[in-house]
Design a protein around this ligand. Structure first.
Ligand SMILES: [Zn+2]
Length: 232
């Protein structure tokens, strides 16, 4: 049964739900900000990167398809990502709004999302671009480590664990994502630049784009974002 078509509270549907699209290069802090905003508003955060890595771990049909693509640092083809996103956004927990991290990544995905949002008639899209100094980005990305057990994210330059490469919370050895290798990062940043310029123009033209400075500490960036989201 398609849960998105259920309307238990027809009157609630007149209230527009926030569809927050987080834009910004890898390392801009989209994941961290997504967490903070999700907690503040009680809406789910949807990371296409996480969904894809989970599919790879679970060895689903989609996971096997994207495994080799991701390991080479290339981006996963649009039809695969769009299918995954549509499936996720149709879940009941997205009805009151959601945060998308890592999607859309190009015009084709943006048009797909626009069409889907319009078909649902209840979402208020807002594209938030987190801008970061390129020199900061490389350090953030090559220093990133994640605890495979509790998913806590560290950075050996900015937010190191007390013991080298060991999670503070549960003592698990930290992992570096395979696509955080320097070669893969360069590929990702180049592809990001080329693909998102038209995307930013697209949202600027539609009037949905807001910019935020992603250089400061995460809590300061969160405050700036919340300031933008407050109804004025
Ligand atoms: Zn941990």
């Amino acid at each position: 049964m398609d849960a998105a078509l259920r309307h238990d509270q027809p009157h609630a549907a007149s209230r527009r739900a926030l569809a927050l699209l987080l834009l910004g290069p890898p390392g801009a802090g989209k994941g961290t900000q997504s967490h903070a905003i999700s907690r503040k508003f009680g809406i789910p955060e949807i990371s296409t990167g996480e969904m894809l890595r989970e599919a790879v771990r679970a060895k689903t049909e989609l996971g096997n398809q994207v495994k080799s693509i991701m390991e080479s640092g290339e981006l996963v083809p649009d039809p695969l990502v769009c299918a995954l996103v549509e499936q996720r956004l149709s879940q009941p927990d997205c009805a009151q709004g959601f945060i998308l991290d890592g999607f859309p990544r190009n015009l084709e995905q943006a048009r797909f999302l626009d069409q889907w949002l319009r078909s649902q008639c209840r979402f208020e899209p807002l594209a938030l671009n987190i801008q970061v100094d390129p020199n900061l980005l490389i350090k953030r990305l090559t220093g990133r480590r994640m605890c495979p057990r509790c998913r806590t994210i560290y950075n050996i330059y900015f937010n190191s664990p007390q013991k080298d490469e060991i999670c503070d919370k549960d003592g698990s050895p930290l992992a570096q994502r395979r696509d955080d290798s320097e070669a893969a990062i360069r590929t990702r940043l180049q592809e990001y630049e080329a693909q998102t310029k038209p995307l930013l123009d697209y949202y600027r033209d539609s009037g949905f784009l807001r910019e935020v400075d992603g250089d400061p500490d995460p809590p300061a960036v969160t405050s700036a974002i919340l300031g933008l989201l407050e109804p004025s």
